[in-house]
Design a protein around this ligand. Structure first.
Ligand SMILES: Cc1cc2nc3c(=O)[nH]c(=O)nc-3n(C[C@H](O)[C@H](O)[C@H](O)COP(=O)(O)O)c2cc1C
Length: 315
């Protein structure tokens, strides 16, 4: 029994994960099979698992899996495995990094007539990103009630309310830049914050649908330009999808090549140190390497409108 189950697991794992023959799993699972992820607490059917495997294989086409050990005890078993693969295509919104990763997991299974009825896995797809050094905002993204801390006031405001809430917030406007090969790229961003002075850390939050995002994600450095009152044209260019946003914009390169826009109120170049995945957005945490400050007054932004900061009256 042990021997049969061992070899069945090894051959089905190789067929499904290494060769993409996901139908092979049907021979090893009961029709009402359920897979529970220990990390997220989410469960999935066999069909969903098959789809997950297809997505992982598309992103890591050279995936190679070893079943390290199978320990059977009556109707339960533990399967320990290791997979390696190269990140060749976009995965969970993360553009290909070309990096090779190794990930390990264990599945605790309950069997019925020699087939897997239920398994609890220590691994889920986001761990592949973790192995690439790309972290997810774990608990912040969990559904209410699945987090470690139970919030008695749980519940979430409607996204429309959040929009009106955000419209009450006054910010400046930045242009975040990078290069793709020799081509400068950038977009308007107001989700900028200083994180700490020592060390000098800053953060920006970028939507994954932005056309600048893949280049930004692949970059080691980025530029952050705080726009001045005189850059109304620049903000509308960089908030657009124009093909060459730099055609009419004068700029110079920072020490590591990031475009710094002439006429900005201030500009910095920073090394990207963390890329936290937040579903639709990525939060880039960056260590500042170079900063330039001018006396051009900064532009002010609130609720879709831009203001001249020099016209503000102190309270
Ligand atoms: C004032 C303002 C603030 C913005 N802030 C952000 C932001 O924080 N993050 C973001 O991803 N997009 C932000 N955007 C939207 C992008 O600038 C916009 O989607 C742009 O077209 C993206 O260009 P791309 O797709 O060429 O990269 C902002 C736009 C404006 C006008």
């Amino acid at each position: 029994m042990q021997q049969t189950f061992d070899s069945a697991v090894a051959s089905v794992w190789a067929a499904a994960w290494d060769r993409g023959e996901v139908e092979a799993l049907e021979a090893l699972a009961t029709p009402d099979y359920i897979r529970i992820s220990k990390g997220s607490g989410k469960s999935m059917s066999l069909e969903q698992l098959q789809q997950d495997i297809r997505e992982v294989r598309q992103a890591f086409p050279d995936l190679a899996t070893t079943v390290d050990a199978v320990v059977v005890d009556g109707d339960t078993a533990a399967i320990f495995w290791t997979s390696t693969g190269t990140h060749r295509a976009s995965f969970m919104g993360v553009p290909p990094t070309g990096r090779r990763v190794q990930t390990r997991g264990s599945n605790f299974v309950t069997m019925e007539s020699g087939r897997i009825k239920q398994e609890t896995v220590t691994w889920d797809s986001s761990e592949l990103l973790g192995s690439l050094g790309i972290r997810h905002l774990g608990d912040a993204l969990a559904e209410a009630g699945t987090g470690v801390v139970v919030d008695s006031l749980s519940g979430e405001p409607d996204p429309e309310i959040m929009k009106t809430f955000n419209r009450q917030f006054v910010t400046g406007v930045t242009v975040v830049t990078t290069t793709e090969g020799e081509t400068p790229k950038g977009l308007a961003v107001n989700a900028y914050a200083s994180v700490s002075l020592e060390p000098p850390l800053v953060m920006v939050c970028i939507q994954k649908t932005s056309s600048t995002y893949p280049a930004l994600f692949a970059s080691t450095h980025l530029g952050i330009n705080i726009l001045s009152n005189r850059q109304q044209g620049t903000v509308s260019t960089f908030a657009s999808k124009a093909a060459d946003k730099f055609a009419e914009t004068d700029w110079h390169a920072g020490p590591n090549g990031s475009p710094l826009l002439d006429g900005s109120s201030a500009a910095l170049e920073a090394e990207i140190r963390e890329r936290f995945q937040a579903k639709t957005h990525t939060i880039f945490i960056c260590r500042v390497r170079h900063a330039e400050v001018t006396d051009a007054a900064p532009m002010v932004y609130q609720a879709g409108r831009f203001y001249d900061s020099e016209g503000l009256s102190p309270l």
